[in-house]
Ligand binder design. Structure first.
Ligand code: CA2
Length: 143
């Protein structure tokens, strides 16, 4: 099974500020955890991070026919991007939404998730662990 993990804007800055919200670990630690978990579960994984909405759309489109599922944390684009929602719908791959923080307890503008409307499952507020749970969900339901 091949899984594409997509991370949106500013997630590459993890660990630098706001540790109370996102934890103290940096982006490299997140990637190491995802790679180790995927190896343990015997799935192939590609991790992609971009600060650009169009680049994320391009990556989702390129996954068509190449990956079996997507784990996506669109970061701030979660709450604004119909383009990412449409791209997820266009490729039709099972997608799982992840948010490190519990967005449900944060500002009003974080209460809508466009990407989530095209996802089969969401893991919210579980920290980095949400990515492992998302991978496990895709394995359990789609491998
Ligand atoms: O909780 C999440 O995973 C988010 O997707 C993270 C986004 C935020 O816009 C979403 O509402 C929820 C933010 C990405 C990281 O932003 C940083 C901010 C300060 C320091 C380091 C990273």
């Amino acid at each position: 099974m091949k899984i594409l993990v997509i991370n949106g804007p500013n997630l590459n800055m993890l660990g630098i500020r706001e540790p109370a919200i996102y934890g103290a670990q940096n982006y490299d630690a997140l990637c190491k955890m995802i790679n180790a978990h995927s190896a343990e579960k015997g799935v192939e994984v590609k991790i992609f991070q971009s600060n650009h909405e169009g680049a994320m759309v391009d990556e989702i489109q390129a996954a068509y026919g190449k990956f079996d599922g997507i784990v996506i944390n669109p970061a701030a684009y979660t709450h604004t991007s119909v383009a990412i929602l449409d791209a997820l719908k266009a490729v039709g791959l099972p997608a799982v939404e992840v948010h490190i923080s519990d967005v449900s307890k944060r500002e009003d503008f974080r209460q809508i998730s466009y990407a989530g409307m095209a996802c089969v499952k969401s893991y919210i507020g579980l920290g980095f662990e949400g990515y492992c749970k998302a991978i496990d969900y895709l394995i359990e339901k789609y491998a």
